[in-house]
Design a protein around this ligand. Structure first.
Ligand code: GZL
Length: 349
C-alpha cells in the first residue's frame, strides 16, 4: 500500500522511476516548470505562502476533488491532504460535490492564483478541453488524479495517476466465471453502474462484459447508474428486485458503497446476499471486507484510493522539471471470502 511517511515517499519515488523505466511509451515532458522564482512578484498576494527573495518557496498545488460520495473518495481525500502536509506542499483543495461545473470553476481559480501545478479527479470523462487549454496557456502543468478524461490532445495533461478500471472489470468477470464454472445457466446478472459517463464506470462495465462474453448463458439483464452511493445503490437494487421478482443470480456493483446499499435492499426483500445472490464489488473498503467476513459479499476487486504520496512525488518531479510516464497505475489485488478474515484488519480505508 502506498505509504505516507518518508520511507513511503522514497518507495513512491522508486515506483515512479520503475514506471518510467517500464513504461516504454512516450513520456510527456512535463510542462517546463517555472525556474524556481526567487520572489515572484506576480504571485497574487493572497497566496498562502508569499515568495520571499532568497528563501526556498513551497510548491503550491491546486487540487479539485470531484466530491465526497463514497468511503473510497473520503479515503482518497485524506491521503492527498496528509501527503501534501508530509511533502510540505501548499495544498489549495476544492470539493466539487460531483459537479463538473464546480470543478471547472475551481480549476479556473487555481489558474488565476498562478499555482505551480493543478491536479484534479474528473467526475466524468468529457468536457475538459477548454479549461485544460486555459491551464496550458497559463503555463500551469496538470495531473489527472484517479479518473481519466476524453480529449483530442493528451499533451494537455502531464500524467494520469489512477487505477486500470478495465482490468478491474475483467478481474470481476474472471471471478464470476470461476464461481459459476459448475453451475448450469442461465445466469441472470444485475449491474449497479457508477456515475454515468465516469471512466471507472465505463471501463469496469466494459472489462466485465469482455470476460463474461465467454458464457452466452450469462446475461446482464438489469443495469442502471447508481452514482457510487449507498443510497442510490439501495434504491436501484429495490427497483431491480421489483422488476425481476427476485430472480437475480449475481450482482456486479461498480463500487462497495452501492453494494452495501444493495445488501440492505436484498435483505429487506427476504433474500440472502452472498448466497441467493452472488455479490461482486470494487474498491476494497473495510466495510466491504466486513461484509465478506459475514458472507454477504463474495468478491472485492481492490481499487487503491491512497494516491496522495504518489501524487505529491509527481508534483515535485514536475516542479523540478523532470519527465514522468503518461500513465502511473497503483498496485491493486482481488480478495474473496477466503482471504477476507485475514485481510480485514489491514484495510486502511
Ligand atoms: C475509482 C473511483 C471511484 C470509486 C468509487 O478510482 O473514481 O469513485 O470506485 C468512487 O467508490 O466514488
Amino acid at each position: 500500500m502506498l505509504g505516507s511517511n518518508r520511507t513511503g515517499m522514497a518507495l513512491v519515488h522508486l515506483l515512479i522511476v520503475c514506471c518510467v523505466l517500464l513504461a516504454g511509451c512516450s513520456r510527456e515532458a512535463a510542462a517546463p516548470a517555472d525556474p524556481r522564482p526567487e520572489a515572484d512578484e506576480s504571485r497574487s498576494p493572497d497566496l498562502p505562502s508569499e515568495a520571499i527573495a532568497g528563501e526556498k518557496r513551497r510548491i503550491v498545488l491546486g487540487f479539485s476533488q470531484l466530491g465526497s460520495e463514497s468511503d473510497w473518495r473520503n479515503a482518497n481525500t485524506r491521503s492527498i491532504r496528509e501527503a501534501a502536509k508530509e511533502a510540505d506542499i501548499e495544498l489549495l483543495f476544492d470539493n466539487a460535490e460531483q459537479s463538473q461545473e464546480k470543478q471547472i470553476e475551481a480549476i479556473r481559480r487555481f489558474i488565476e492564483r498562478k499555482v505551480d501545478v493543478i491536479a484534479f479527479a474528473p467526475v466524468i470523462e468529457t468536457g475538459w478541453e477548454d479549461i485544460l487549454t486555459e491551464a496550458r496557456q497559463a503555463g500551469i502543468p496538470v495531473i489527472l488524479s484517479d479518473r481519466a478524461v476524453q480529449i483530442s490532445d493528451p499533451s494537455l495533461y502531464v500524467t494520469f495517476i489512477g487505477a486500470d478500471f478495465y482490468e478491474e472489470g475483467r478481474k470481476a468477470g474472471k471471478y464470476l466465471l470461476d464461481k459459476k464454472r459448475n453451475d448450469p445457466g442461465p445466469v441472470i446478472i444485475a449491474e449497479l453502474q457508477g456515475t454515468e459517463g465516469s471512466s471507472p464506470s465505463i471501463e469496469r462495465g466494459r472489462g466485465f462484459r469482455d470476460i463474461i462474453r465467454e458464457r452466452p448463458d450469462m446475461n446482464i439483464v438489469y443495469s442502471a447508474p447508481a452514482d457510487f452511493t449507498v443510497e442510490k445503490g439501495a434504491e436501484v437494487m429495490r427497483q431491480f428486485l421489483r422488476e425481476s421478482g427476485g430472480e437475480i443470480d449475481v450482482l456486479f456493483a461498480h463500487n462497495d458503497d452501492m453494494a452495501l446499499g444493495a445488501i440492505e435492499a436484498i435483505e429487506a426483500y427476504g433474500l440472502r446476499p452472498g448466497k441467493d445472490i452472488v455479490i461482486i464489488s470494487v474498491d476494497g473498503t473495510r466495510k466491504a471486507f466486513e461484509m465478506m467476513v459475514e458472507g454477504k459479499i463474495n468478491c472485492v476487486v481492490e481499487c487503491n484510493p491512497l494516491l496522495g504520496p504518489i501524487l505529491m512525488q509527481a508534483v515535485r518531479e514536475i516542479y523540478e522539471g523532470r519527465t514522468l510516464p503518461k500513465r502511473i497505475v497503483p498496485p491493486e489485488s482481488v480478495f474473496t471470502e477466503v482471504l477476507a478474515e485475514k485481510e480485514v484488519a489491514n484495510r486502511q480505508y
